[in-house]
Design a protein around this ligand. Structure first.
Ligand code: SF4
Length: 490
């Protein structure tokens, strides 16, 4: 996804409107002044993780005050400035949303806020809970009334229930019942809680901010607010700040690990972030180098699909010795009104956003490099444009293995039927997208770049997931009526 001055995520994040694969970003801050302002700036840095909704909740020590919008962080700042100025406190949480569960609707925008016997709670979540359906049914059968169509809400019902509320750490006890992917931040009175699931699917980083702390989905948020990166929160780790005191808990005696989402490195995360112990840009360049070694091709120019294919194309050019040039130019001024997570809109946005540079490709053998191939419809269009502009050969190199399986852990991949590589050979895919040759990075090559890949999930490539998933969860499973998007604050 690229940038437009006020409402697009920054170019350097590398994410694209033609991809259905964003998720959410979370921030928690404790022990600093002007906490709403700090959260807003951190959320701006995490905007690439979700453009459908943004929200900030600040605690004054007892009462939680929330401002949310079904839009970008810049919309929150532009349209809710006065409300934000009234958010006073030293602890708060924030969220940018892409709907991996639930419809595009203000009531699903996080942080979710509830009030129960123990007081007010706010919760921001990144990931998908794979047992949320079963838990929701259980709670509904006992009379619980759900307010949102998200998987996240079930945790708040659990925290509020006497069975959990009686425990010394109600949140830790409730989190132990959850399955699937969660990186979470919660605020309650003067308390901030940060937690990561036992497999560590989604990233969550801890930073020092003056005399306080910040927790964020990616480390790219830290320089934006003057924070220093301390470490990543471990899989299965829960941190609880009560005022100035910090306590640490574990969800299991031994974290399960093996679930770090490899797609964070391939595509989602911002290149300047460090996650799962590695800088994202450095990993992407290394994937491009590995790809060039595995799938060499005779060509005159390496052309990245901007922006997400750029680091891999750099690596490919370095390792192959073929010069890289910008054969596609991205239009950064397409309005946000085009961004809707539907196939039709994605195709329309993709067409509007990329223009071919004829002088770079005319009369040349072009090798196009992209980070991944999902449906293949966009690349098909790109190949046609290159040929029309005079490229004599078009070769496609993909810096990740074929995506054959869906994701149940917080990434909105299409169903198997929509994945171009679900049950096709490389030759068949090459024919469909219209290239002279196609080469994917091997699974072994991917693992090699990631130091063996032991701690990673490769489920969408292999169909083998770190955790068993019952049934086939759907994004709108908890929506009885899908309301139209609304905008406002609560
Ligand atoms: S299945 Fe794929 S996208 Fe989902 S968590 Fe695993 S690696 Fe990430």
């Amino acid at each position: 996804m690229s940038q437009r001055p006020s409402s697009w995520v920054p170019t350097y994040c590398g994410l694209r409107a033609d991809r259905p694969v964003h998720h959410c970003g979370i921030v928690g801050v404790v022990g600093v002044e002007r906490v709403a302002d700090v959260i807003a700036r951190a959320l701006m840095a995490l905007q690439h993780r979700g453009e459908e909704g943004a929200g900030i909740v600040v605690s004054d020590g007892e009462v939680l005050h929330a401002v949310r919008t079904a839009g970008l962080v810049s919309d929150l700042l532009d349209h809710h400035r006065d409300e934000l100025a009234r958010l006073h406190g030293r602890v708060g949480v924030g969220h940018v949303r892409y709907s991996t569960t639930g419809a595009w609707d203000l009531r699903n925008v996080q942080p979710l806020v509830v009030e129960c016997q123990s007081g007010m709670w706010a919760l921001a979540h990144n990931g998908n809970l794979t047992n949320a359906g079963a838990l929701r049914s259980q709670w509904q059968s006992r009379g619980a009334i759900f307010q949102t169509g998200t998987d996240t809400e079930v945790l708040l019902h659990m925290i509020a229930h006497p069975r959990f509320a009686r425990q010394p750490q109600p949140v830790v006890a409730a989190l132990q019942a959850l399955r699937g992917a969660f990186s979470m931040v919660l605020v309650h009175k003067d308390r901030l809680i940060a937690a990561r699931d036992r497999h560590g699917f989604r990233p969550l980083a801890l930073g020092r901010l003056g005399s306080g702390y910040i927790v964020a989905s990616e480390t790219c948020a830290f320089p934006q607010v003057g924070a220093t990166f301390l470490r990543e929160i471990e899989p299965g780790e829960v941190l609880v700040w009560e005022g100035c005191e910090l306590r640490q808990y574990a969800l299991t005696a031994r974290p399960a690990r093996g679930g770090q989402c490899v797609f964070e490195h391939i595509y989602f995360a911002r290149p300047d972030s460090v996650l799962f112990g590695r800088n994202v840009h450095e990993v992407r360049v290394a994937l491009g180098r590995q790809l060039a070694e595995e799938r060499p091709v005779k060509a005159d120019v390496v052309v990245p699909i901007p922006d997400s294919g750029l680091p891999a194309a750099m690596g490919f050019a370095q390792a192959s010795g073929i010069p890289m040039d910008l054969g596609f130019i991205r239009n950064h001024y397409i309005g946000r009104s085009f961004i809707r997570p539907t196939a039709e809109d994605r195709a329309r946005v993709a067409d509007l956003k990329l223009a071919v540079v004829e002088h770079v490709v005319r009369g040349r053998r072009v090798v196009v490099v992209d980070d991944s191939l999902v449906r293949g419809t966009t690349v098909q269009r790109r190949v046609q444009t290159l040929r029309k502009a005079g490229a004599i050969e078009v070769h496609l190199r993909i810096a990740s293995p074929p995506i054959r399986w869906p994701c149940w852990f917080g990434i909105d991949f299409p169903t198997r039927g929509e994945l171009i590589a679900a049950d096709r050979t490389e030759e068949e895919i090459a024919r469909i997208v219209g290239v002279d040759s196609l080469g994917y990075l091997s699974l072994e090559g991917l693992a090699r770049v990631l130091n063996g890949g032991r701690d990673y999930c490769f489920g969408c490539f292999t169909g083998r997931y770190p955790e068993r998933v019952a049934g086939t969860p759907s994004k709108l499973a908890f929506e009885v009526t899908v309301a139209k998007g609304t905008c406002g604050s609560i």
